[in-house]
Write a protein that binds this ligand. Sequence first.
Ligand code: UDP
Length: 238
Amino acid sequence: LDASVTYSRVMLKISGEALMGDQGFGLHPPTVQRIAQEVKSVHDLGVEICMVIGGGNIFRGLAGSAQGMERTTADYMGMLATVMNALAMQSALEQLGVFTRVISAIPMDQVCEPYIRRRAVRHLEKKRVCIFAAGTGNPYFTTDTAATLRANEMACQAIFKGTKVDGVYDKDPKKHADAKRYETVSYDECLARHLGVMDASAIALARDNNLPIIVFSLDEPGGFRGILRGEGTYTRVT
Ligand code: UDP
């Protein structure tokens, strides 16, 4: 492990939308490749990396149910969307020479591995990036909760939530010039003030297990690596 790094095992959570670039839908390969490069640069420091990628660039359960689809069916479609994103990220990482495993909460053996906790831990010890797909495997949850759950199970030291802004603000910084970024903020304040870090169940699960959430900008080149070395701006939720 590089001496400049204070974390040896981390969870990186990104939304599905982070992979769609400037398009309104789906996967934008150059963007997937850019994010894979960011992950590689952290992997090169010797950090063990777990990833959860959302599915919102392809399908969201709530959107499906708003259009009349049965909610649980729509949620399963959302979970399947995360598997596609995970496979895209796997492909991009392996092209950069980073070994990976896609591990699905819903077994689909021809496509990827089923989730077996001890096996996933072993992959991490062997420095393979573990991309956890299909969310928690349950409808009515989100991939933020899946990321928090797997981060706890894998004993990650923190969740890094990559977003479009460099932290948590008191109001939307893209709309309000006087928005202020928090250096640190408590889980309870995020919940009480609906700060939009993650959904409430994910924040509560992180709080109850003392898992710090670090919100940072994924748009900043080198941002993920920088934050692991204590550089750059971000918000720490504890
Ligand atoms: N989903 C689910 N259970 C889970 C995780 C995800 O049912 O444990 C479904 C849900 O329908 C959700 C969709 O998968 O809308 C995509 O995940 P999410 O909305 O979290 O993706 P993101 O917003 O991060 O792109």
